[in-house]
Design a protein around this ligand. Sequence first.
Ligand code: ATP
Ligand code: MG
Length: 336
Amino acid sequence: MEKKIILTGDRPTGRLHIGHYFGSLKKRIELQESGEYTPYILIADVQALTDNFNNPEKVRNNVREVAMDYLACGIDPNKTTIYIQSMIPEVAELTVFYSNLVTIARLERNPTVKTEIAQKREIFGESVTYGFLGYPVSQAADITIFEGKYVPVGEDQLPLIEQCREIVRKFNSIYGEVLTEPEAILSSGKRIKGLDGNEKMGKSLGNAIYLSDSEEEITKKVMSAVTDPNRIKKDDLGNPNVCMVAYYHNLFSTKEEIETVCEECKAGKRGCVACKKQLAKNISDTLKPIREKRAYYEQHPEEVDRILQEGTQKARKTAKETMKKIKKAMKLDYFE
Ligand code: ATP
Ligand code: MG
């Protein structure tokens, strides 16, 4: 039986952080290693431009950064096709075809888009661009051009998959059963909070530990983490439930260590500085293999470029085949 296609991706607007790792990368690697699927990962530079159109340098530079993060984490180019979105013109073409199949009102009602527009007031002011409002349409093109069957996503992304399914059904009802209707796989990954106590670690929130951070950078960030505000002196009794250091120990330390740290904190026997140093070491040790693998690719940019080029060529070939079927169905197959 032919393996089902899985599509995932990231916008190249910065390097990837611990939140991305626990939120989606781990799951992608697990799916890749299961051998049950044909995974594609897109580096969504066109989508990144929708709210970074005035900063092409940033998008350009982060394409390779994100690719190196993928490779360093264990995305294997022999098993997963990594490609650059803008290099697949069929996706842009398909986005135009799909734009007739979705109303402006429907896009404006999309909960994910609505939340994001509200967050991006400083970029868009009162009126959002056509491109940003339409990014779910372009995402539907990303998924369907590869006849993607499964899309692993977080809960916040579900409305985008629903939008894609609606477009597919509409297309198929008008032009014939050509497109595959995708299904979301809810990734079990959790939302990682920030060291500053923010509900989310995020690039633009300035609270991220990047997969590529050095031991020194990690230590510096951990040292600034928010701890129990009522604990001022070392022998004050602490409450690990309100401490971000304890929260991160739960992600990076052994069970025994977590127990010891929490007990000693509650008894006022362990100072926050010692606790933070131990955490910084554990985070750094956990990320060490990723950092080392990444350092290799940083020294071999030509290898990263070759992987991106080969992945993109492979993806383009598939996209061309699907586009041929789509154009035939839409009676746009004039000549070769
Ligand atoms: P920005 O601050 O610019 O929005 P970000 O750090 O939130 O950047 P995005 O590129 O918006 O990163 O994240 C894309 C996807 O990565 C999210 O949809 C989510 O699946 C995952 N992700 C990001 N941050 C976290 C986090 N803290 N915990 C879990 N998953 C995350
Ligand atoms: Mg975000």
